[in-house]
Design a protein. Structure first.
Length: 148
């Protein structure tokens, strides 16, 4: 079952169980997905849906940090609850060691020898780690491996 279908199924469950928090968060996530589909003028694939959900998670994390800075524990609880609901749909991130392993594999596949091959390696590597690793970290790892 895809992420969008999972969200729709979970929305139905939240409606049946009268879980107001889950209902509102899932509706917001589905609305963000629909907005992205309208922007693109077509259906999103799983990777794009995951990117939309990760953006929603990032928004919540930034809001939580801001609320901690200004001392608003009343709003902090709500944001943390929303974050915990959204994180159920995000796969575990790769560790730096796992990124290094995948990057080494791609480097050997393409026969990359130096930093001049960075673009080629990144083009093949990013789809493999999409949604599970931050692009900046992946770029950093690949640069380190190619310059060594």
């Amino acid at each position: 079952m895809g992420l969008k279908q999972q969200l729709q199924t979970d929305l139905k469950s939240a409606l049946r169980s009268h879980d107001e928090h889950a209902k509102s968060v899932i509706r917001l996530a589905l609305a963000a997905i629909v907005n992205a589909e309208v922007e693109r003028r077509g259906e999103l694939d799983e990777g794009d849906i995951l990117a939309v959900l990760q953006k929603e998670v990032q928004i919540r994390q930034e809001t939580i940090n801001e609320l901690r800075d200004v001392g608003r524990p009343d709003l902090l609880v709500k944001e943390e609850l929303e974050l915990s609901i959204l994180e159920k749909y995000i796969p575990e991130s790769l560790t730096r060691t796992e990124i290094v392993d995948v990057a080494r594999q791609v480097i050997s596949e393409v026969g990359a020898t130096g930093t001049g091959d960075l673009g080629l390696v990144m083009r093949i590597l990013m789809p493999r780690v999409k949604g599970r690793a931050d692009g900046r970290v992946v770029n950093e790892v690949v640069r380190e491996l190619l310059s060594a």
